[in-house]
Every structure is written in structure tokens, then in C-alpha cells.
Design a binder for this molecule. Structure first.
Ligand SMILES: N[C@@H](CCC(=O)N[C@@H](CS)C(=O)NCC(=O)O)C(=O)O
Length: 213
């Protein structure tokens, strides 16, 4: 199987973390989302142009990060979506809210912050800040009671929380939330997550150097 992804993409990082946790072998192709030719070429593979996307040996495509994690979950341990129907629902719920209201909101702040102030969209910024503040309050309470998003074990929901928190350190610091901060320290200590940061670092460094030039 082959993963189309980009190391700095939050949704790609979510899938990479799951892959690395499981130690799965996969081919990969980096899609340069900043480059028009690379994007156009990738749209020949997957017309929506979104990463990540997993391609199976027979050419079949599996887009969407959560669906990819669900697909690879039975392939190797540790299992990332487990328990009875209600426990699985709770894992999927957190996966989804971390995607929609943490990850997307943080990326909105990141991209809006790269624009000159006159081109920023104050309404989008306000909405993103509201989503992040609401998520922080929810997460601070949850992580006061359990070490990981759905209890004692690292699961799919934690794969989803990590990329948003990685970028949140820059645009929506959570240092005042001691339980989220402690959770983030636990996440960063995991080899799977540290590896995604190492892979993203050179691309982020060149991006910021280019912006500063
Ligand atoms: N719901 C999708 C979201 C994927 C997504 O938005 N990926 C971003 C990168 S993090 C992307 O491909 N952006 C390029 C574009 O929208 O053209 C998932 O969970 O995989």
C-alpha cells in the first residue's frame, strides 16, 4: 500500500502516527501542496486533491484520515479503535471533534496569521478562537480524569489530537491548561509522534525561512 501525504499536513500526521504506532510497512509519496504542478498531478490520482490518501496494491483509493485509520487498524497491534459499540462511538466522537474544532481551527489561525492583516478574515478568526477555547475547556476537564483521550490507552482519538496541539503551540498556546500541557508532554514522548515532528521539521523550517525572507 502507498500513502500520499505531506509531512506538515495535520491529517497526514494523524495517519502517520497510527502507521508508526503499528509499525506498518508502506510506500509513500509526498504531495507538495504548495506547488501547483504537484497539486495538479495529484488531482489525477485523487480529484479532491486532499491528503492523506491510501492507495492499495490494486489501485483502490482510501481517502479520509479517519477511514484510513479504521482500515489499517485490524492489520497490526496496538488496536486504536476498541471496545463495545458505545466505547467505539466515543473514540470516533473525539476523533471527529479534534479534527473539526481543534485541528481545523488551529490551521485556520495559522493560515490567517500568514496573511497581511488587511487580508485576514476576522469572522473566521473569531470562530476558530471560539472552537479552540471550547475544545480547551473540554480537554482540560477530560485530561484531569484520564491520561489519554478515551481513557488509559493511546487510541485513534489521540492520533487526531496530536497534530492540532503541535501547531496550537504556535498559534493558540495552552500553557495555562495544566492537564492539556501534561497530556501534550505524554504525546510528545511517544516515538510515533516524535517521528512525525522530525519529518515535518525541515519542511516547516524552509517554509518559515521563505516567509521571513
Ligand atoms: N477530512 C479530510 C481532510 C484532509 C485535508 O483537509 N487535508 C489538507 C491537508 S491537512 C489538504 O489536503 N489540503 C489541500 C487542499 O485542500 O487542497 C481527512 O480527514 O483526511
Amino acid at each position: 500500500m502507498k500513502l500520499y501525504y505531506n509531512p506538515i499536513s495535520t491529517y497526514s500526521q494523524k495517519v502517520l502516527i497510527a502507521m508508526y504506532e503499528k509499525g506498518l510497512d508502506f510506500d509513500s509519496e509526498i504531495v507538495n501542496l504548495m506547488d501547483a504542478d504537484s497539486r495538479a498531478q495529484y488531482r489525477e490520482v485523487y480529484p479532491l486533491g486532499k491528503v492523506p490518501c491510501l492507495q492499495l496494491e490494486d489501485g483502490h483509493l482510501i481517502p479520509e484520515s479517519s477511514i484510513i485509520v479504521e482500515y489499517i487498524d485490524p492489520m497490526a497491534k496496538p488496536t486504536l479503535i476498541k471496545g463495545d459499540a458505545d466505547e467505539r462511538r466515543r473514540i470516533r466522537f473525539k476523533d471527529r471533534v479534534f479534527d473539526l474544532y481543534l485541528n481545523d481551527a488551529v490551521v485556520t489561525l495559522l493560515f490567517q496569521g500568514m496573511k497581511p492583516e488587511s487580508e485576514q478574515d476576522p469572522e473566521r478568526i473569531e470562530k476558530a478562537k471560539f472552537h479552540i477555547a471550547t475544545m480547551y475547556s473540554f480537554m482540560e476537564n477530560e485530561f484531569g480524569q484520564q491520561p489519554y483521550a478515551n481513557g488509559e490507552e493511546f487510541l485513534m482519538s489521540d492520533c487526531s489530537a496530536a497534530p492540532g496541539l503541535f501547531y496550537a503551540e504556535q498559534v493558540a498556546p495552552f500553557t495555562e491548561h495544566k492537564n492539556i500541557s501534561a497530556y501534550w508532554e505524554r504525546l510528545k514522548a511517544r516515538p510515533s509522534i516524535a517521528r512525525t515532528h522530525e519529518e515535518a521539521a525541515p519542511i516547516l523550517a524552509s517554509l518559515f525561512a521563505r516567509d521571513a525572507a
